[in-house]
Design a protein around this ligand. Structure first.
Ligand SMILES: [Cu+2]
Length: 104
């Protein structure tokens, strides 16, 4: 029991507070990403919820991200690099979004 408590304490101490990844939610409704611009940190999960009856994608203008989001489903992507990701929907190119990924 004592050993278990010790290990738990060590594990907690080894995790920097900033390492707690979060989920950034983006809704899709009526062919719009909402919010259109979002900020995340490296390691965070971006989660798109598609409220439309048609499929969408979150596709980076540059390479590195191409997420299919079926109708009435949720899809996610873990951001692993700092920088700006401009993305759009391959099926509806007027749908645009931007992710700003901060180093920490
Ligand atoms: Cu679309």
């Amino acid at each position: 029991m004592r050993a278990a408590l010790y290990l738990a304490a060590v594990a907690t101490a080894l995790l920097p507070a900033t390492a707690v990844a979060k989920i950034v939610h983006i809704e899709i409704k009526d062919l719009v990403f909402d919010p259109a611009t979002a900020t995340a940190a490296i390691g965070d999960t971006i989660e798109w919820s598609n409220g439309d009856f048609v499929a969408h994608t979150a596709t980076a203008k540059a390479a590195g991200m191409d997420v299919m989001i079926p109708p009435n489903k949720t899809a996610s992507f873990v951001v692993e690099h700092a920088g700006t990701i401009d993305y759009f929907c391959r099926f509806h190119p007027n749908m645009k979004g931007r992710l700003t990924v901060e180093a920490q």
